[in-house]
Design a protein. Structure first.
Length: 242
């Protein structure tokens, strides 16, 4: 009888322990493997692009398409005229944006180079006036594009008594542009082009090669490709020249 009692007691004890373990397991937190995965951290919010910068991107993209993807002269003239009107409307919509004003000037200067003729000097003067406005308020905007653009006008436009061209001013602005953006494709290209036009071929090669090796600009792939092609064309023209 005692053996039977102890056997039953042992069985009961074992059953109670098993039940207790089951209840305890149910009460305890699940293991890491069984626990639901923690939610992944939310991705960092992408900064919203302001309307004026969206408009600026549109002007830049269309300018590059006209300059580097529109070989027909008549089509270029029509397209740059339309873009000039669009730039004027954009500048009117965002009067406090120096970036848009710089690009309005660049587009007007490009219209002068594409169309030529009697209106070219008037366009060059208008572009110069816009750039000088920005120079007084935000000179380093767009990585020194104000300086690069003014420099290109000063060495491309004829000098007195026809125009306002001035190589000394051009060189001073090119040096300012490089001080702001020493590795940039545009200041190096234009300094190379300037030295090429002066017949300083060794210096021209140095700057043009640096322009070709300049870091890519996100969102400006077409402009970068076109500018590198211009640099390569000048280097080929200088083959054998010293």
């Amino acid at each position: 009888m005692k053996l039977g009692y102890f056997a039953v007691a042992l069985l009961l004890s074992t059953a109670v322990q098993a039940q207790a373990q089951t209840q305890d397991h149910q009460r305890r937190p699940a293991t890491l493997a069984a626990m639901p995965a923690a939610p992944a951290p939310a991705p960092a919010p992408v900064p919203a692009v302001s309307p004026d910068m969206q408009a600026l991107d549109g002007l830049q993209d269309e300018w590059a398409r006209i300059k580097y993807r529109t070989p027909d002269q008549s089509a270029q003239e029509r397209a740059i005229e339309q873009l000039s009107q669009r730039a004027a409307e954009t500048a009117k919509a965002y009067p406090s944006s120096p970036e848009i004003k710089v690009w309005q000037a660049i587009i007007i200067a490009t219209r002068a180079s594409i169309n030529g003729g009697l209106g070219a000097l008037s366009d060059a003067k208008q572009a110069k006036a816009l750039l000088e406005q920005v120079e007084r308020s935000a000179p380093d905007v767009l990585n020194g594009s104000v300086y690069t653009s003014l420099a290109s006008l000063y060495y491309k436009v004829p000098g007195w008594p026809i125009g306002f061209g001035n190589n000394e001013k051009a060189e001073a602005y090119l040096k300012k542009a490089l001080s702001v953006n020493p590795e940039g494709i545009d200041p190096n290209f234009f300094y190379g082009d300037y030295e090429y036009e002066r017949g300083h071929y060794d210096l021209a090669r140095q700057y043009l090669k640096k322009a070709m090796a300049a870091p890519a600009r996100p969102g400006r792939e077409l402009a970068d490709t076109g500018r590198r092609k211009e640099a390569q064309d000048l280097l080929e023209k200088m083959a054998g020249k010293y």
